[in-house]
Design a binder for this molecule. Sequence first.
Ligand code: FES
Length: 221
Amino acid sequence: MSDKRSKQKSKYTLDRNIPGAFEGETVTRRRFMTGTAHTAGAIAASAFALPALGFAIGPIFKSTPHHWEVVGTEGMFTDTNYVPVVLTVAPNIGEAGKTTVYVRKFNPELDTDPYDKGTPYIAISSRCAHLGCPVRWVDAAERFICPCHGGVYDLLGRRVGGPPVRPLDRFYTRVAGESVEVGPRFSVNSELKRFSPRDPGEPLDGIGQYLYPSRPGAQKL
Ligand code: FES
């Protein structure tokens, strides 16, 4: 037992014959400087990483209240043509917080997809699913046309030409009394199956729906 104790290393650097050691010193200066440099590096890295992390995951914990807005009365809309209405998607920032939505009544002859069943109105976003330029409804051609890169969508907002990767997004609708209300946005794939809102350029067919999950906070716009 006493032999074992004698083999134990002393905690003092001087006893361990470390060059340049001072009496009473238990940590070598090299180790102390290395530890200090690592600590300073960790603090500097956290100063960059923590704000970025908070910015990235913060919206997950922020609940976005569902916003419904009256866009007109029932008599304003038909089931054969779209009426553009302006929706405020981000209040208090003026024109930048508004978007145009094309609205028409549900038409059982046109809206035969099972996903549309029960919806009183069809509300189609004017934001192009390619890069987000505003599309325009051209009544004579019965097409939504994007002026930026030639994206073309049919009467139901499905892509029929150009680079967009999915149909135009839609909004939930409801009727309250005589008023027509437009609610949260959702995205659709080429079969008009509904998905939580995606950003422009994110496909929803096949594997795309898994590769591009909905961004937290993408409820609006
Ligand atoms: S933004 Fe519409 S086609 Fe490119």
